[in-house]
Design a protein around this ligand. Structure first.
Ligand code: FAD
Length: 420
């Protein structure tokens, strides 16, 4: 049996739900497929940054964010090896705050909202291949449901399948980090309206990574750790090892003294920095993790998945208006996304990739303790509100950090010199 649609969306995470919602509201006949049954869990820190809250609000769900069992954060606390940096979250249309909501709940809510537009949703349906005309044009896709193969026709497919890699054909993005999280009840640290980020020596000696504690509003917390795949390759260690050592960090021990795990830890991989991904081709657009849209410094991807979904919906509408689904038209999606996000994502990716270890940033973190404007630049490069090279606008703090960084070497050289 063949069904006909204006647009098929593969994957009903935040990226797919946002694409579906906005495209259906623009008048397209949309089919959304997911290989899983909802509600479903997704390993995540569950943090919704202010710009992600904005995207949720654009889907008409702003009031839902304020439910009391959700966590609300108004500040960031960065606990580095040598420094403690605390600053408020950047403002957004939803107010100067972000939220912590379990993905099981968020993704179901977004999916229900997408379905409220009249879009069709098929769960337990695994997309298996794109269908093309003899001339190579996308004509739809094939999917498997209950062991039965079905064909769905559409001139346009949005791939929002996360790390799934459905589209193939050179569209698959690199996975450049891995992360693991566990839910705990009774974590007891200070400032429960902060997102707590731990830039530990263990995770940053041979690469980049951080641990986190994000509080919900119901006495539970999401505790996790993420490291670059480069760190794994260089050390031969695995993610579980990094996560377990993070839980043993002396600074965290007191917080976790009375804490009880709620469920086993869960791991997942991340595609970051807009790097190594093609996000459009004739008849296809990639959104969210499928398009490598996770921020390379923070590991945040929900807001970017939703934003890229919203933009892809606009370009799907445009392609239908023009009756032209060529790569040329759809490149408009890629260009718009790059204009909006490439500076922050690509510079962050370059920093994380080029730096032999994030530990060399420690003198800078320390210097930022005394410079509120430079501290703000650190926060904004973490939240994706500004590119990391904005730190260059704080030359005095950079110079002070550089002096701190070379002081031990100078001392060694001087001591060595005086011995000789
Ligand atoms: C441990 C960890 C912590 C993180 N913490 C945060 C955080 O705090 N805040 C944040 O913003 N981001 C965080 N991220 C990133 C965030 O989880 C992702 O960026 C986000 O889930 C991307 O959404 P998406 O819609 O692109 O993909 P997903 O949420 O992965 O959804 C993809 C969907 O596609 C479906 N699918 C896959 N293949 C097929 C197929 N062939 N056919 C049909 N369906 C298919 C899947 O079942 C799934 O439902 C974290 C990631 C990890 C791993």
């Amino acid at each position: 049996m063949t069904e006909w649609w204006d647009l098929i969306v593969v994957g009903a995470g935040p990226g797919g739900a946002s694409t579906t919602y906005h495209a259906a509201r623009a008048g397209l006949k949309v089919l959304l497929l997911d290989r899983q049954t909802f509600p479903r869990d997704k390993a995540c820190g569950d943090g919704l940054m202010p710009h992600a809250a904005e995207e949720v609000t654009l889907m008409g769900l702003g009031d839902w964010l304020d439910e009391p069992h959700h966590g609300v954060f108004t500040d960031f606390s960065f606990h580095t090896q040598t420094a403690f940096l605390r600053d408020s979250v950047p403002p957004s249309l939803h107010g100067p705050r972000g939220y912590v909501v379990r993905r099981e709940e968020t993704d179901l809510k977004l999916l229900e909202r997408a379905r409220s537009t009249g879009a069709q949703f098929h769960s337990d349906t695994r997309a298996t291949k794109l269908l093309r005309s003899p001339a190579g044009r996308v004509t739809g896709l094939e999917a498997v449901i209950d062991g039965e193969t079905r064909r769905y026709e559409a001139p346009l497919v949005v791939v929002a399948d996360g790390v799934g890699g459905f589209a193939g054909d050179g569209m698959k993005a690199h996975q450049n980090a891995v992360a693991r999280r566990q839910y705990f009840r009774g974590v007891d640290g200070p400032n429960k309206r902060d997102l707590h980020i731990f830039i530990t020596e263990d995770m940053n000696e041979h690469g980049a990574g951080y641990g986190w504690v994000f509080y919900f509003g119901d006495g539970t917390a999401n505790v996790g750790a993420g490291v670059s795949t480069r760190a794994l390759a260089r050390t031969g260690r695995n993610l579980k090892d990094y996560f377990d050592r993070f839980l043993e960090e002396p600074r965290l021990a007191g917080w976790l003294e009375e804490a009880v795990p709620e469920s086993p830890a869960k791991s997942w991989s991340l595609k970051m920095g807009m790097w190594g991904a093609r996000r459009h081709a004739q008849g296809v657009m990639m959104v969210g993790d499928a398009g490598s849209m996770i921020h390379p410094i923070s590991g945040e991807g929900v807001g970017y998945a939703m934003e890229s979904g919203r933009l892809a919906a606009a370009w799907a509408h445009q392609a239908h208006t023009l009756k032209d689904f060529s790569a040329g038209v759809l490149s408009g999606y890629e260009k718009q996304l790059r204009r909006q996000r490439a500076r922050e994502h690509v510079s962050g990716h370059a920093m994380v990739s080029l730096m032999p270890s994030l530990s060399i940033m420690e003198p800078l973190f320390k210097a930022c303790e005394k410079d509120p404007a430079a501290r703000r630049a650190i926060v904004e490069s973490f939240t994706g509100d500004a590119p990391v090279y904005n730190l260059l606008k704080h030359p005095r703090t950079l110079a002070s950090a550089a002096r701190q960084a070379i002081r031990p070497h100078l001392k060694r050289a001087t001591n060595g010199g005086s011995r000789g």
